[in-house]
Design a protein around this ligand. Structure first.
Ligand SMILES: [Zn+2]
Length: 344
């Protein structure tokens, strides 16, 4: 381990299954964390502390006060500053471990940018809150043979499954069709407690470390299901699903990756807000800030412009052209606000 403070990692390298060889692999590893909310915060923090050499943090959102009970990388100052989560997280991680190279990306993972955002990555970790992003990650991972770790938390429950393309079941093997919007409980409707996110994020980080250090045979084909309130901890053997496979991992069918599914307005989990995809790509934030200043008070930085456009309705515009409308859960209303104030 040249140029690295060996003492820093001495307790984890003393763990025989990791060892100095495993540490060297962690230092050389490139991991993408998709979503920097509750799960992604824990995953990114744990992997940065462990000395993973390169972390790409992908997130589309900004921290809100209601995030703080579980999103451990953010504090009240981040909420006040209105910095995107990926940027705020990268700053915090840089203070935790300055030896880690961290690349924050403020973007919504979509079919049109997934190859760019997940290219050159060894392991992908799920910190998202929606099935559209997960299916996109799953298809990219299956097509390119990249292992990924799926995780989810809601209420006091958590689940984790590792996907190693060619060896284990994939997400579509487990969930043949993504649930229709509104058909499942979300952290909006069922709530979530911080410990559930912390547990799931920690298990995801451990799975990612195993994949990197070459203990990947211990990962995958078991779905972890836990409920911290009911004290339930169990793993479900999903190897029979891997034997059969699914249209994606066996048949090369990639409907999300190829844009046949996805890219519609999406209610954001845990928030009274809707995201409206960009109609045309990058936008001139300074010009938008100037226009919206006539409507209401504006907060602007190089990543985002946010304005209170109507009573109780906040419009946030990102440099990539996406908008988030806060104060509503109605897709039609969100679209109307975007077209009213952005003309999109
Ligand atoms: Zn499959």
């Amino acid at each position: 381990m040249p140029d690295v403070d060996a003492d820093r990692y001495s307790r984890q390298t003393r763990f025989a299954s990791l060892g100095p060889d495993g540490q060297a692999k962690l230092l050389a590893a490139r991991i993408a964390v998709v979503g920097c909310g509750a799960l992604g915060s824990v995953v990114a923090m744990t992997l940065a502390r462990a000395g993973v050499g390169f972390l790409r943090l992908i997130d589309r959102d900004v921290p809100e006060i209601s995030n703080l009970p579980r999103q451990v990388l953010f504090d009240e100052a981040d909420v006040a500053a209105g910095l995107p989560k990926a940027v705020a997280a990268a700053r915090q991680l840089g203070r935790i471990n300055s030896q880690v190279s961290i690349e924050p990306i403020v973007a919504d993972l979509m079919a049109m940018n997934v190859a760019e955002l997940l290219g050159g990555i060894d392991v992908i970790v799920d910190g998202t809150d929606n099935f559209e992003a997960r299916f996109l990650v799953n298809e990219f991972a299956c097509r390119h043979g990249v292992p990924w770790v799926h995780g989810g938390a809601i209420g006091a429950e958590g689940r984790v499954m590792t996907v190693v393309p060619g060896r284990t079941a994939c997400l579509r093997c487990l969930i043949p069709e993504p649930p229709a919007p509104g058909s499942l409980a979300t952290c909006d409707t069922a709530g979530i407690i911080g410990p559930a996110a912390l547990v799931v994020g920690a298990v995801e980080a451990a799975e990612a470390m195993k994949l990197v250090v070459g203990s990947g045979d211990k990962a995958g084909n078991r779905l972890l299901v836990c409920d911290l309130w009911e004290n339930i901890w169990r793993t479900v053997d999903v190897s029979s699903l891997a034997t059969v496979g699914c249209p994606t991992c066996r048949g090369g069918d990639y409907p999300w990756l190829e844009g046949r599914l996805g890219a519609r307005p999406t209610p954001l989990c845990g928030r009274d807000a809707v995201q409206v995809p960009s109609a045309g790509g990058a936008v001139d934030l300074a010009a938008i800030a100037a226009r919206l200043a006539a409507v209401g008070s504006v907060v602007a930085n190089r990543w985002i412009v946010r304005a209170e456009v109507e009573e109780g309705i906040q419009l946030s515009v990102f440099a990539d052209g996406r908008a988030i409308v806060s104060g509503t859960r109605e897709e039609a209303k969100a679209r109307a606000i975007v077209s009213r104030y952005l003309g999109a």
